[in-house]
Design a protein around this ligand. Structure first.
Ligand SMILES: [Zn+2]
Length: 360
């Protein structure tokens, strides 16, 4: 036993010398491709990075693999978006026995409170009345999270939208944990569609890396500084491009409601039949409502999303005569050789697709 142990120690010491130097690399796990790109930008070569929901994957309905559990078990730092975007994460952390540090990259960003502007969600979820009462059931294999359940009740909120669960839901729901609370979409989780917000993401990531691997602080700080510079240039460029779209052409239809932050940033109006999560199916009533809206607002283009099912959008386009304006990237980057291989490329692609379709 003892000698074998010594041999192992000796062998791993030998192995680690050429690649790692003195200290082991910080093991970082990110939940999805956008965060993977941001962490890569800041961490550079000084971290060992593993990402869970890959390019073109759908984080709303993800099912973690045993390899994911392994990566989480070994992680020093886990970077998530939070706000219920990764509904499967807490269960994964538990089953993996995660003991590292976890940060939500959205900490401190300027969030969209759904009580305020989710008019179009309120009719999305009149099905599955009884499924949402049991916390545990939300994490079953089928991944039912019933995100939209709360949305139909939110329609009854008054303007400030702050009193919620206690008044509008039954007692059972009022006892739900915080995670669950977020899961039902108190805030729109898709905050990365605002470059201003992503500056906060990057700062959160930088701070966590510096804290956990202070020996590389200088590199992390420099990387973050360079990347922030690029993001600020991007922000300026996007705002300039979006300002070219005439005011009366700023109504956009996408398949799921991922672009609230983009809408807020640039004075656009996005509507989606599918609601905030891709888990919920759009009802026939939702589709009819959108078709009416397209006719009323004279919307000329609808947009499909790379990851979401495009069938619904295609149907809407057929019935209204609206053209399909192109493909937007919502909840995942593309693979590196496609149009949205990095966060910056994704934003550039989305904005140029929108501007092109809406400006003529
Ligand atoms: Zn989404």
């Amino acid at each position: 036993m003892k000698s074998r142990y010594l041999v192992n120690v000796f062998a791993s010491a030998l192995l680690s010398i050429p690649t790692l130097g003195l200290a082991a690399e910080l093991k970082v796990v990110t939940s999805f491709s956008v965060l993977n790109d941001l962490v890569q930008e800041v961490g550079g070569e000084h971290i060992s990075l593993t990402n869970l929901v890959e390019a073109n994957g759908d984080a709303h309905v993800y099912q973690p693999s045993p390899m994911d559990a392994q990566a989480v078990a070994e992680a020093d730092l886990l970077v998530v978006n939070g706000l219920g975007f990764e509904g499967w994460m807490e269960r994964l952390e538990q089953s993996a026995g995660f003991k590292g540090v976890k940060i939500a990259a959205t900490d401190g960003v300027n969030l969209i409170h759904l009580g305020e502007e989710d008019e179009h969600h309120e009719e999305a979820g009149h099905h599955d009345e009884d499924e949402h009462h049991d916390e545990d059931e939300h994490h079953d294999e089928e991944g039912h999270h019933d995100e939209d359940e709360h949305h139909d009740e939110k329609g009854h909120h008054d303007e400030d939208g702050h009193h919620d669960e206690e008044e509008h839901h039954d007692d059972e729901e009022a006892h739900h944990a915080d995670e669950h609370h977020h899961h039902h979409g108190e805030f729109d989780p898709h905050a990365w569609h605002s470059v201003t917000n992503v500056l906060v993401y990057v700062e959160n990531i930088r701070a966590a890396l510096v804290k956990l691997a202070p020996e590389h602080a200088a590199e992390f700080n420099q990387n973050a500084k360079d990347y922030v510079k690029a993001l600020k240039a991007l922000e300026k460029d996007l705002a300039q491009k979006m300002s070219q779209v005439p005011e009366n052409k700023r109504n956009v239809i996408t398949s799921h409601d991922a672009f609230g932050y983009l809408a807020r940033e640039y004075g656009f109006n996005f509507t989606a039949p599918q609601g905030m999560s891709t888990e919920a199916e759009a009802s026939a009533a939702d589709v009819v409502k959108i078709i009416k809206q397209i006719r009323k607002d004279d919307i000329q283009a609808v947009f499909v999303e790379k990851v979401s099912n495009s069938r619904l959008i295609e149907q809407i386009a057929r019935e209204t005569g609206a053209k399909i304006g192109g493909e937007l990237y919502a909840d995942a980057l593309s693979s590196p050789n496609q149009a949205a291989g990095t966060y910056i490329k994704m934003m550039e692609h989305n904005i140029s697709t929108l501007v092109k379709a809406l400006s003529n």
